[in-house]
Design a protein around this ligand. Structure first.
Ligand code: HPA
Length: 259
């Protein structure tokens, strides 16, 4: 994490197409060389839901990854436009919020987790800014895909606020939009994956390419395929993440107040 002042961007996923506690000051359309971002950028201050007159002093930039109407599926998201747009808006620190399926036993539906590793199983996505007009071939170091100091800040803030969040875990990024088969989940488990989602990549890598500190707060929405008898439906996912997202909003306010 860089020592310069943090300018936070929040990317909201399923269940977080709008940040209920964001007092919006202005909206900007993010037009980039890669096209338009998934949603307008909503810029404003976060309000403490317990003390409504208490807004964070710093502004944040909010982007709805699936669009405000939740209509852009994971494989159709313009990840490059989203990350470029946030960078152009002055963001140097991204907190991404992702709904996931739990694989490891403690990834119980409703719980929060802060992964520290990723395995990318996506197959059809444009995954780099470094394609054309290069003066030389560029490879970024991605050994540790999430910013470690920012992760520590999230964990210590959660602890101070009494918010439970599982520390670490390997995020499997799948192509979607279909959910996985039970056998695929068994394979991910053998690979060492602890949670599975469809939006973690290439987002994290693109942020690294632009030098933006990035972490993902994952909200476990369901047991991954084959790990429970329950059918995985959008209703189940949305019901299970409601409480988790409330905790996430509280955590975001505390993080902003600390930075
Ligand atoms: N798999 C992939 N993505 C998801 C899941 C899942 O089980 N739940 C929420 N997003």
């Amino acid at each position: 994490m860089s020592k310069t002042k943090k300018h936070f961007g929040i990317i909201g996923g399923t269940g977080l197409t709008a940040l209920e506690n964001l007092q919006i000051v202005r909206r900007e359309i993010a037009r980039t060389p890669f096209g338009e971002a998934s949603s307008t950028l909503s810029i404003g201050r976060l309000i403490d839901e317990q003390q409504a007159d208490n807004a964070t002093s710093e502004e944040v930039v909010f982007l709805a990854r699936h669009g405000h109407a939740h209509s852009i599926p994971p494989h159709m998201i313009n990840y490059r436009a989203n990350i470029w747009g946030l960078k152009e808006a002055g963001v140097n620190t991204i907190i991404s919020v992702n709904a996931v399926g739990g694989i490891r036993e403690d990834m119980v539906p409703g719980s929060l987790a802060l992964p520290d590793q990723i395995i990318d199983y996506t197959t059809h996505r444009v995954n780099t800014f470094f394609e054309t007009n290069l003066t030389s071939v560029t490879h970024i170091d991605f050994s540790y895909p999430y910013d470690e100091a920012l992760s520590q800040l999230v964990l210590s803030t959660a602890q101070e606020e009494g918010i439970d969040i599982i520390k670490g875990g390997t995020y499997a990024a799948t192509e979607g939009p279909r959910l996985e088969t039970a056998a695929e989940i068994q394979r991910l488990k053998r690979d060492g994956c602890d949670l599975v989602g469809m939006t973690g990549m290439p987002e994290a890598a693109l942020a690294r390419e632009l030098g933006i500190d990035y972490v993902s707060i994952c909200v476990n929405a369901n047991w991954a395929a084959g790990l429970s008898d329950e059918l995985i439906t959008m209703d189940v996912i949305e019901k299970n993440i409601t409480d988790g997202l409330k905790q996430v909003r509280r955590l975001l306010v505390a993080l902003l107040n600390k930075s």
